[in-house]
Design a protein around this ligand. Structure first.
Ligand SMILES: [Zn+2]
Ligand SMILES: [Zn+2]
Length: 288
């Protein structure tokens, strides 16, 4: 059981991209997610060749599959922004992020679709699709897939239902370059109850009907500090929140869930994530 699962955490890049594969193995993982640059800044640059070579060598050395390696877009990007300058800066930075992923050989870049800031969901969805098309057009020769992450239905955020993802994908000219992520905390915030078999079945059916299950490339594995539908977006350690040990045991029992890499975005750093990875295996093995 242990080796079928791709599991890891969001990892720091403060020591350099090249250190991430080793640190992943050190916390007991075989998958990871990283920011392609400082997530709170508009500035980003391509990694130098030396770092890229070391990174690729370490991916091999520590046995990490590129299908289990992900980048998460920076926090400032908002493709749904009705403010033209923010939208343009978002497109430019997302393009750079795609280029950083391509340089590292990372195939998947996860983004939050965007927030419409009062302009309405329909207007937001149109701007998101337009922004994605611009990025894809500028990076036509690069093999990088953008994953739309489901978000908590908080503020004016778009992308808390897969019907919204479908509309974005349908509007773009590059549907083959789009996939989706399922975040268990955000989903719980939006009312998806993965604690019951029917809840998981309904969720998987919805993803399949709207965008196709083949597009699901990553699961963000987070427990929730708040109850079902609370829309608070507060992540908790696995098994310690409202999804809980039994909830995750139920979720893990689905093959469609087990075959997608799981990335923890739970509180704390590497030490806490190592604990969470241990906890996930205990749940899988029925020890807890
Ligand atoms: Zn996210
Ligand atoms: Zn997430």
């Amino acid at each position: 059981m242990k080796f079928e699962i791709k599991l890891g955490a969001h990892m720091p890049i403060s020591k350099g991209f090249d250190k991430v594969p080793e640190e992943t193995v050190n916390i007991g993982g075989n998958a990871f997610q990283i920011f392609p640059h400082n997530a709170r800044q508009w500035r980003a640059k391509l990694p130098d060749r030396k770092v890229v070579n070391l990174f690729k060598r370490n991916m091999k050395k520590y046995g990490i599959d590129y299908e289990a390696a992900f980048c998460h877009s920076g926090y400032l990007i908002n493709l749904a922004s009705p403010k033209e300058d923010v939208w343009k800066k978002s497109v430019d930075l997302l393009e750079m992020e795609v280029r950083i992923c391509a340089a590292l050989g990372i195939r998947y870049l996860n983004i939050h679709p965007g927030s419409h800031l009062g302009a309405g969901i329909d207007a937001g969805i149109e701007l998101i699709a337009k922004g994605l098309d611009e990025v894809f057009k500028r990076t036509e020769n690069l093999d990088v897939i953008i994953l739309l992450e489901n978000v908590a239905p908080k503020g004016s955020a778009i992308g808390f239902k897969y019907e919204q993802m479908k509309r974005i994908i349908d509007l773009t000219s590059y549907p083959d370059r789009l996939g989706v992520t399922y975040d268990t905390c955000h989903g719980f915030d939006a009312g998806y109850d993965i604690r019951t078999p029917e809840g998981v079945r309904n969720l998987l059916n919805e993803i399949d009907e709207m965008v196709g299950l083949g597009r699901l490339k990553m699961i963000h594995l987070n427990d929730s500090k708040f109850p079902l539908g609370a829309a608070k977006d507060r992540h908790e350690f696995i098994g310690f929140g409202h999804i809980g040990v039994d909830g995750f045991r139920n979720f893990f029992s689905f093959e469609e869930v087990r075959k997608v890499p799981w990335i923890l975005e739970t509180p704390g750093g590497n030490e806490e994530h190592a604990q969470d990875i241990k906890r996930v295996f205990e749940i899988l093995e029925g020890v807890v």
